[in-house]
Ligand binder design. Structure first.
Ligand SMILES: [Zn+2]
Length: 536
């Protein structure tokens, strides 16, 4: 199943070349590498790309642009005969006027307002009509390995589970993060008989305020067309509940949100109790099948003994498309999320092909689709690897390369899980950069990016956050970015950014890839790591 890169490649390469030649408004004194990186970011995040929605014609154009860049650099097609790996999706778009969500008490029905009280998750193949009893299941986690079980002794047969996002400190990272992943959590709830899931986010820990998330609800939800890869199999209702309105669910019980949030913030066990009302949902959506593209290119290794081993680099190409307007702008350009990461992959490919000696191992460049829909492109890719799995020795994922302030510190995802972390620290140290483990594991960054798909098949993987020092102006800029720009149309190239930080990161990334591709030994999981054995 491969597709040759379509026509018009040379025109796209030419477009890139023209952009590269035009000095950016703030591009004055930038080094050539940074100017080239910026040219890709500009092209991919331009309004003409309309936010690179998964399955859109503009995403296809973006994929062809990236493929053309790789081809121009002399890389080999990595998806069989071509650079593009087609991925089938089912898209669902809510028809909200035909939908309803109610709390059914013995003597009355309390209708909920969609968008304000709750939203229907289109990533779930919901029943058109469902009414069931509901149980608050705490964090909804069952982690026998850690001696922790919210679900012990609770019969959820035919019921809807209601949970508060998060996890107890009794379960240590990274197991806690793993247990909260969509697939791991739902499979345990489903084993206990649950048929639906209502999720209440913890407003103290979420990167997206309720209103912004709710304004996205008309954007299509997607699943892979191959239903065997659906992590929500068996789920017949999916609801996100506004934490500010969640007391409606708890009416008639001795519990309330303030109490539950206080417990969750101190990471202790939450109570498990039945809700008084039943939950009734009427769900209708428009359905469409779509195809989108992963882009796969290879730079063959130069060492006959090592070239069968592959250092695999990823960055997601898709973003959120066109959606609810913010300040009159409805195009979600996704400049930092993640045109910046894709651009870095193209430029590292250029640097490696132009180097006097090619790396010993093969380097694979994979730009995946469907990330914003739940890591779907990388999930498909790791299930349809165009190479043998044991040949893939490491995955480095770039997501949101975000040069908002001078680069001094980076968070490296899963840095203590494998010897990848040792190489990362050595390379960074040599450049005077510091590396830290994730200081905010409750945000679950580890399983919110495509490195997660590779960890699930047992490949040592990591990703980076250009991190601020705590309680500095950089920290304020970082938080401000999440508060104002993350997943909004304001993530475009009109935002302030620091060219020297982009240059430093790209330099670090190049050195890291070279170090891994030339190292004597391949990376290994550390003893006792949860990820040493694949979970699928
Ligand atoms: Zn994103």
């Amino acid at each position: 199943m491969t597709t040759r890169t379509a026509r018009g490649l040379s025109a796209l390469v030419a477009a890139g070349a023209i952009l590269a030649a035009v000095p950016a408004c703030r591009g004055g004194g930038m080094p050539a590498e940074t100017r080239r990186w910026l040219a890709h970011v500009k092209y991919l995040s331009s309004d003409a790309m309309r936010g690179r929605q998964t399955g859109s014609p503009e995403h296809r154009t973006a994929a062809q642009y990236v493929a053309a860049q790789f081809e121009e650099l002399g890389l080999q097609p990595g998806a069989g005969e071509g650079f593009l790996q087609p991925v089938g999706f089912i898209a669902r778009r809510v028809r909200e006027k035909d939908c309803a969500l109610d709390l059914v008490f013995g003597d009355r029905v309390v209708p909920l307002t969609l968008g304000e009280d709750a939203t229907l998750q289109m990533s779930v193949d919901s029943d058109s009509l469902l009414e069931a009893k509901a149980v608050f299941v705490g964090y909804g986690l069952s982690v026998p390995e850690a001696g922790y079980d919210d679900l012990a002794g609770t019969d959820l047969t035919g019921k809807i589970a209601v949970l508060l996002q998060g996890g107890p400190s009794a379960v240590k990272e990274p197991l806690r993060s793993y247990a909260q992943s969509t697939g791991a959590r739902w499979s345990r709830l489903h084993e206990h008989g649950a048929i639906g899931l209502v999720t209440i986010s913890n407003p103290h820990h979420s990167d997206i305020p309720w209103l912004r998330g709710a304004s996205q609800r008309f954007s299509p939800g997607m699943v892979l067309a191959d239903s065997t890869l659906d992590e929500r199999r068996g789920q017949r209702l999916g609801v996100s509940f506004n934490p500010d309105r969640a007391n409606k669910l708890f009416e008639g019980t001795p519990h309330n949100m303030a109490e539950l949030l206080a417990l969750a913030d101190s990471q202790v066990t939450l109570p498990v109790f039945p809700l008084v009302p039943k939950i009734r949902a009427r769900v209708h959506y428009d359905r469409e099948t779509l195809e989108s593209q992963n882009v796969v290119a290879l730079l063959p290794g130069s060492d006959p003994a090592l070239k069968d081993e592959i250092v695999l680099l990823t960055a997601h190409l898709d973003h959120l498309g066109v959606g609810a307007p913010v300040a009159g702008d409805s195009i979600y350009n996704g400049a930092m999320d993640n045109a910046s990461g894709v651009a870095a992959l193209i430029e590292i490919a250029r640097a490696l092909t132009k180097a006097p000696k090619r790396p010993a191992r093969t380097v694979a460049f994979v730009c995946v689709t469907g990330e914003e829909k739940g890591l779907l492109g990388s999930r498909y890719f790791t299930d349809h690897l165009p190479m043998r799995r044991d040949r893939v020795i490491a995955n480095i994922n770039l997501d949101q390369v975000r040069p908002l302030f001078p680069l001094k510190l980076m968070t490296a995802i899963a840095v203590d899980e494998s010897t990848l972390g040792d190489t990362i620290r050595a390379v960074a140290g040599g450049m005077g950069l510091r590396i830290q483990a994730d200081p905010e594991p409750w945000r679950n960054l580890m399983r919110r990016a495509d490195n997660w798909s590779f960890m699930q098949i047992g490949v040592p993987a990591t990703g980076f956050v250009l991190a601020p020092e705590k309680d500095t102006p950089d920290d304020a800029a970082y938080k401000e970015w999440y508060a104002r720009r993350y997943h909004t149309p304001l993530d475009d190239l009109d935002q302030p950014w620091v060219p020297s930080a982009a240059a430093a990161f790209n330099d670090f990334f190049g050195r890291l890839v070279a170090a891994l591709a030339n190292a004597e030994r391949r990376p290994q999981w550390k003893a006792g790591s949860e990820y040493a054995k694949p979970s699928r």
